[in-house]
Design a protein around this ligand. Structure first.
Ligand SMILES: [Zn+2]
Length: 143
C-alpha cells in the first residue's frame, strides 16, 4: 500500500469516526484514535479480532481509545468495518462493565466461566452489528 493510499484511508477513517460515533450514541464521548500504517497492530497493543483493531473504554468517564491497523489487504476486513466493530464494542462495554461488578460476589470459577461466555457472545453480537451498521451508514450516505 502506497503512502498516498494510506493517507487517503486515514482521511476516510478520521471522517467516519464522528459520524459513526453519533450513529452509535457515542457523540459525547472522547475517543482517541490511533492509526497504525501496518497490516496489523504492533505487539505492544493488546490484540482484538485478528489484530486489526483494539479498544479500551471507561463508561464512567465516557472516554475510549481505539487502535486500528490501516494497511490491511486481501481478505481482511476493511479498516472502516474494524472501526465500526470497535465502536460497537465500546457501546456494549457497558454491559461487560456492569457484569464485572459481580466479580467479588460469586465464586471465581463460576464468574470466569460465565464471563468467558459473555465475551464470546459479545464478540458474535459485535460482528453482526458492525456489518449491519456499515450497511446502514452506506445506505444513508447514498441518499
Ligand atoms: Zn471484537
Amino acid at each position: 500500500m502506497t503512502t498516498r493510499e494510506l493517507n487517503a484511508r486515514e482521511r476516510r477513517i478520521r471522517k467516519l469516526l464522528p459520524r459513526a460515533q453519533d450513529a452509535l450514541g457515542l457523540g459525547g464521548w472522547h475517543i482517541e484514535l490511533t492509526l497504525h500504517p501496518d497490516a496489523e497492530l504492533p505487539a505492544s497493543v493488546e490484540h482484538e479480532r485478528r489484530i486489526l483493531g483494539s479498544y479500551t473504554a471507561d463508561w464512567t468517564l465516557r472516554r475510549a481509545s481505539i487502535d486500528l491497523a490501516l494497511g490491511t489487504a486481501g481478505d481482511c476486513d476493511p479498516p472502516e468495518l474494524v472501526l465500526i466493530h470497535e465502536l460497537a464494542h465500546i457501546v456494549l462495554h457497558g454491559t461487560r462493565d456492569a457484569f464485572d461488578r459481580l466479580r467479588d460476589q460469586v465464586a471465581p470459577p463460576l464468574f470466569e466461566t460465565v464471563r468467558e461466555l459473555h465475551c464470546e457472545r459479545e464478540e458474535l453480537a459485535v460482528r453482526r452489528l458492525a456489518r449491519a451498521i456499515v450497511t446502514g451508514l452506506n445506505a444513508y450516505q447514498e441518499d
